[in-house]
Design a protein. Structure first.
Length: 197
C-alpha cells in the first residue's frame, strides 16, 4: 500500500515525541491488510477499508490519540468516544501490543465486510469538511481544547468547521476561532445553547 503524502506531511509536522508513535501505528495498521487505505479527514489521518472509516489517529502537543470508528470495536477498558479508546498516548511504551491492535483491526474489517454500520455513522452521510489551518493551530495551542477536540464526534467537528469556514472576513473568522476554542475547551459543541441538558 502506497502511503499518502498528506499523511507523511501530517506526521512530519507533529511534535518530536509523537512522530515515532504515529509512524508505528501507521505501520501496524497497514500490516494488518494491504487493502487498508489512508487519507486526511477532519484534519487528522484516517485509515479506511472498502471506502469505510476503520480507525484514526491524531498527534497533539502532549499526546497522541488513536481509536476505531465502529462502536462495536473497542478495548474492554476503553472510553465511549472513538479517539479515547487508547487514552492519552505519550510514548511507544504506552501503546498496546501490535497483536492487540491488529486483532481489533481484523474485527473492524469484518464488521465492514458484514455491512454492519456504526451507530453514530447513521446520521453522518455528508462528506467531511476540511479543518481551517488557523482553527487547527488555535485548537492545538490550547491543551484543554485539543483534548476535547480529539474525542469530539464528527457532527460537532463539522459544525465548527462550517461556522469558521462560512466567515465572510478575516476579522469575523478570527473572532469565531477564538470563541470556538473557548467553547471546545469547555466541552461544548457549536450549538451548545440549544442542546438538551
Amino acid at each position: 500500500m502506497a502511503h499518502e503524502p498528506t499523511v507523511d506531511a501530517y506526521i512530519a509536522a507533529r511534535a518530536a515525541f509523537a512522530q515515532p508513535i504515529l509512524t508505528h501505528l501507521r505501520k501496524t495498521i497497514h500490516t494488518a491488510s494491504p487493502e487498508i487505505g489512508e487519507t486526511i479527514k477532519w484534519g487528522m489521518p484516517f485509515f479506511t477499508y472498502k471506502g469505510q472509516n476503520l480507525c484514526s489517529m491524531a498527534g497533539f502537543k502532549g499526546h497522541v490519540a488513536f481509536g476505531f470508528w465502529h462502536d462495536k470495536v473497542a478495548r474492554e477498558d476503553a472510553g465511549q468516544d472513538a479517539m479515547d479508546q487508547f487514552g492519552r498516548i505519550t510514548s511507544l511504551a504506552a501503546l498496546p501490543a501490535d497483536a492487540e491492535i491488529k486483532a481489533l483491526i481484523v474485527k473492524a474489517m469484518a464488521l465492514i465486510e458484514a455491512g454492519d454500520k456504526p451507530r453514530s455513522g447513521a446520521k453522518e452521510a455528508r462528506a467531511p469538511l476540511s479543518l481551517h489551518p488557523a482553527l487547527a493551530a488555535a485548537i492545538e495551542a490550547d491543551p484543554a481544547a485539543a483534548a476535547v477536540w480529539a474525542v469530539f464526534p464528527p457532527g460537532k467537528i463539522r459544525d465548527y468547521c462550517e461556522w469558521v469556514g462560512d466567515a465572510k472576513s478575516e476579522v469575523t473568522r478570527d473572532k469565531r476561532i477564538a470563541q470556538a476554542v473557548e467553547w471546545i475547551a469547555q466541552g461544548k459543541g457549536r450549538n451548545w445553547k440549544y442542546e438538551k441538558r
